[in-house]
Design a protein around this ligand. Structure first.
Ligand code: PEP
Ligand code: MN
Length: 339
């Protein structure tokens, strides 16, 4: 259920509704909007009687939400959410660019790439310290040492750090050193991790699972939000199909599909979405053209020597050119053309 407050409802009236929800044993999620506040209710196993709320001062209506997700939906928050990451943001007018290597391999590697990312005007630096690798024998990341390098990059270049946590201990560390927690495709249905991210005060980048439907992906976001963290960005990173010409199939239709049902920002990962260097820029352009709020792109100073995902890494020069091209596309897209 969702309680829609009247335009001009007072803070005291909103607080009173929140209190009644708590007294019934449920959790209240107040979402202020441009015109009015809506309050989502979670924690109920069966339907709630709307008469608990209909006569409370300031309440316009109590609406049943038929969709399986209650908080990610436009019914709760009609305006698009802008996720704030310090003084940068994702989901506003600016195209968010998150760039960096797949994994932090050394201080020299990370700094060489970060310098180019900074020069491009991007606000976010990515790089894994904990890597979810298919083989247990492949490079697993530098762990805390990698996070320390990332923290130095934040300090030196003012870039916001986006990095993955694989488990709850990793999340404690990412909270200490990073700016935004990445939940990887393989962890999208790690429900303990999702709940832990929901208790964090840090924004979360939630990648789509390799075989996740739109509803499963949105319900993963719902797990995070149901714990009180509403700062969630969705990332389309490609799904498994029978195609042999790419590592994954980048499902660009997911961008307008998310936009139709959810207020959350959505970005595109053309690197994991193709797995091939020569396709990354084309698919990045396409991602921006379908209305993504940003891109996450893998870049390496020496792609041939990368310890992970070298085949999809852009060189620094290719990356610089990509930024010029996607910015030009973003500029000519009037907000009205994005459905
Ligand atoms: C990554 O971003 O390096 C990564 C491992 O991505 P995904 O979880 O989408 O495979
Ligand atoms: Mn990678």
């Amino acid at each position: 259920m969702l309680i829609v407050m009247k335009t001009g409802a007072t803070a005291a009236e909103i607080d009173a509704v929140v209190r009644v929800i708590g007294e019934l044993g449920y959790r209240a999620h107040p979402m202020p909007g441009a015109a009015r506040t809506a309050i989502g209710i979670t924690g109920n196993q069966s339907s709630i009687d709307p008469s608990h709320f209909e006569n409370l001062p300031g309440v316009a209506e109590a609406v049943r939400v038929s969709k399986p997700y209650k908080l990610v939906t436009l019914d709760l928050h009609a305006e698009k959410t802008v996720v704030r990451v310090g003084d940068a943001s994702i989901g506003g007018d600016e195209l968010a660019i998150i760039a960096g290597p797949c994994a932090i391999e050394s201080r020299a590697q990370a700094f060489a790439i970060a310098e180019a990312v900074r020069r491009s005007g991007a606000r976010f630096f990515r790089g894994g310290a904990f890597k979810p690798r298919t083989s247990p024998y492949a490079f697993q990341g530098l762990g805390e040492e990698g996070l320390q390098i990332l923290a130095e990059i934040r300090y030196t270049y003012g870039l916001k750090i986006v990095t993955e946590a694989l488990d709850e201990a990793g999340m404690d560390l990412v909270e200490r050193y990073g700016d935004m927690i990445q939940i990887g495709a393989r962890s999208m249905q790690n429900f303990t991790l999702l709940r832990r991210a929901g208790k964090s005060r840090m924004p979360v980048l939630l990648k789509r699972g390799l075989s996740a439907t739109l509803d499963e992906w949105l319900l993963a976001a719902e797990y995070i939000m149901s714990e009180g963290n509403y700062q969630v960005v969705l990332c389309e990173r490609g799904i498994r199909t029978f195609s042999q010409h790419t590592r994954n199939t980048l499902d660009l239709a997911a961008v307008p599909a998310v936009r139709r049902v959810s207020h959350l920002p959505v970005i595109v990962d053309p690197s994991h979405g193709t797995g091939k260097n020569y396709m990354v820029t084309s698919l990045a352009r396409a991602g921006v053209a379908v209305g993504a709020d940003g891109l996450i792109v893998e870049v390496h100073n020496l792609p041939d020597q990368a310890l992970s995902d070298g085949a999809q890494a852009l060189t620094l020069e290719q990356y610089e050119q990509l930024v010029v091209e996607v910015r030009a596309i973003h500029e000519v897209m009037a907000p009205a053309s994005v459905t």
